[in-house]
Design a protein around this ligand. Sequence first.
Ligand code: GLY
Ligand code: MN
Ligand code: MN
Length: 440
Amino acid sequence: MSQATTEKSLYAEHIAARQRTTEAALAATKFDALLISSGAPFTYFVDDMDAPLHETPHFAHWVPLRGPHHLLLIRPGHKPRLVRYCPEDYWYEQGPLPENFWVDDFDFHEARTREEAWKLVASAGRVAYIGDEADAARAAGIADTACNHAELTARLDWERSFKSAYEIGCMEEAEKIASWGHRAALAAFDKGASELEIHHAYLTAVGCTEADLPYGTIIAHDEKGAILHYTGKRTQKNGRVLLIDAGAKYLGYASDITRTWTRKDCDPTFRALVKGLDKLQLELCERVTPGLPYPELHRAAHILIGELLRELEVLKISGEEAFSLGLTRPFFPHGLGHFLGIQVHDVSGRQAEPKGGVAPPPSHSPFLRTTRTIAEHQVFTIEPGVYFIEMLLREHRAGPHSAAIDWKLVERLAPFGGVRIEDNVLVTASGHRNLTRSHI
Ligand code: GLY
Ligand code: MN
Ligand code: MN
């Protein structure tokens, strides 16, 4: 079977599953139909410039049709109706429907105006709406209480955390594409390229604009690696460390990959830290198994990081002890990972149950985005990190456990910033499949 045939048949299964899960969510919330819009452009304040459109994720879950104001109507027992908004417009390109594998799965229409599009999705009964065009929904007679209904949205979000075979295929493509960028970035780093040059090398290899990436690249030399979401792009060359966190998209699905590379003239202890964290990251991936609460994996990451820091003599006490005294937190101040899919920080990582509610993170890790129990078909990141962040270390210098840290060594390592290793992991029936490591 050709790749195109496989994609088409997997997509048909994906749509059938969406139909089933949406019908169940509508029944549970007593609606007769669901209308989703692809979204309206966000125009900057007192400006006439729009931000790049992020299509409504619930829409993107059904169809990889890009652009604003498209509408999708789902009714139990009916083929989903897709209305493509394609105005006559000489300011922006409005091409014909691109070659695709998905249109046959819809009752497909095109509309020249938004009014015409909304007329085509008029539906009897209690209609729910998801999207950011609530004014248009209201004008179409949809009740306020049916717009972005909390329980209905929560039920659909919950389902989004279990990826179909079609989605996994898309995510694997996104891994492969990002790996081209990561390889080009490493080659540029090895030649002494600046952060800005590495960014350009990444985009060229991935073959897209920055707006087409799932998030702005984080490309940090040396001390900037300690800024978790560093977006600057300096022009100085010859960094001794490169921390690159960059992904790619395929049909709306994201990858989110971090690698840390060092040059030979980097401090040997920092190089050992990178090597140790890489090994530790793989060990954490090996622990992924259905039934394990993700916060336990996050806790294990703290203890392993504590052990690694003791081996390298940054800490003078055991990992367990360091974690219980709060001494691993300044070095690892973010969550171990997050769900991944259409959104980079995909929905429902903290959802308590299908109908909604929040499962809060443990008090020691308020930034942990994933508090769910690990289950088959979830995809999430595993991204431990160790950083030298002065604002977090400061309170411990004079604190009661100051003697547990080798501050001289901390000073020596701080100019190298930090290390993070991030892979994307699919949960299988008995363990995991690492979607990233086969590529980079
Ligand atoms: N790239 C952002 C993150 O890793 O969460
Ligand atoms: Mn991530
Ligand atoms: Mn990342």
